[in-house]
Design a protein around this ligand. Structure first.
Ligand code: NAD
Length: 290
């Protein structure tokens, strides 16, 4: 396939490189002028998409996605598919889908989980929203860049799945960290805490696979002085998207709301910026009840 790839940052660059490595012709564009192995650099976004069968965007947020989409959709070839892999708000995903279908293009919102390691290793999980035809056209590319793609429903469903998942992730990380900090104050050994909880009803991905306590459980960013991993500010971005969606859908999400407020405080007024989102544990360690 001829592929246009817009947004060659931490995630986009290795994803585009994997597509090129698999034998596709990839024409890339990034405003920062990034050069990627095997990817031909285009001078403009429209040049990157003009003769592409598929266009992939991997951009920071919904406003930038909307701006880029308005630029590239008129330049895309009939029958092509636009695949947005960024994490953005559901409303932006649906607006771009409508714009694309208005001119006879297919659209899939396909945010990912798996982080920079998953992007480099081609082991991402894609959560996709769009028509059956659009998903079918994008699927072979998901197979190269990832290990799993779930077709979640119509346009916007991929973003919906992503932010619901990450709202659980943020809430669960906070719960795991506050429980460790409480256990510390109760004189409980952290390894014993892990041994019990990881095999009891309190188990979770944050405890079992990404334990926030250094030296306990599997290797995680906690063992590397909380170097991300998944940065606290990215967690905050996703939690904010969950609350934006909850407001627009009139859903009651008190735990999601509390997690958003806590990560906001951690990132914006404390020392969370640039640290892994599991650094909530040292934050709780330092604190008392009030
Ligand atoms: P990044 O900031 O490293 O990359 C974004 C790239 O987009 C940058 O290189 C930037 O120059 C480029 N860009 C910005 N505006 C542009 C424009 N108008 N035209 C062309 N290029 C433009 O971010 P990232 O970590 O690669 O994340 C990308 C998306 O993936 C985000 O939506 C993020 O939430 C999501 N995501 C990131 C991770 C992660 O671990 N980094 C995990 C899952 C999802």
């Amino acid at each position: 396939m001829q592929i246009g790839f817009i947004g060659l940052g931490n995630m986009g660059a290795p994803m585009a490189a994997n597509l090129a490595k698999a034998g596709h012709q990839v024409l890339g564009f990034d405003t920062a002028g990034v050069v990627v192995d095997g990817v031909t650099q285009a001078d403009t976004a429209t040049e990157a998409v003009a003769s592409a069968d598929a266009v992939i965007t991997m951009l920071p947020n919904g406003a930038i996605l909307r701006a880029v989409a308005s630029q590239i959709i008129p330049a895309m070839a009939k029958g092509a598919v636009l695949i947005d892999c960024s994490t953005v708000d559901v409303d932006s995903a649906r607006a771009v889908a409508e714009q694309a279908s208005g001119v006879g293009l297919m659209f899939v919102d396909a945010p990912v989980s798996g982080g920079v390691g998953g992007a480099a290793g081609g082991t991402l999980t894609f959560m996709a929203g769009g028509s059956d035809d659009a998903f079918a056209k994008a699927a072979p590319l998901f197979d190269i860049m990832g290990q799993k793609a779930v077709h979640c429903g119509e346009a916007g469903a991929g973003q919906a799945a992503k932010i619901c998942n990450n709202m659980i992730l943020g809430v669960t990380m906070i719960a795991t960290c506050e429980a460790f900090a409480l256990a510390d104050k109760l004189g409980l050994d952290r390894q014993k805490m892990f041994d019990v909880v990881s095999t009891s009803s309190g188990y979770s991905w944050t405890m079992n696979a990404y334990c926030p306590a250094p030296g306990v459980g599997p290797q995680s960013p906690a063992d590397n002085d909380y170097t991300p991993g998944f940065a606290a500010e990215l967690m905050l971005k996703d939690l904010r998207l969950s609350q934006q969606a909850a407001t627009s859908a009139d859903a009651d999400t008190p735990m999601g709301q509390a997690a958003t407020a806590l990560y906001e405080q951690f990132v914006e007024t404390e020392d969370g910026k640039g640290r892994d989102f599991s650094a909530m544990l040292p934050r709780f360690e330092k604190r008392g009840r009030e």
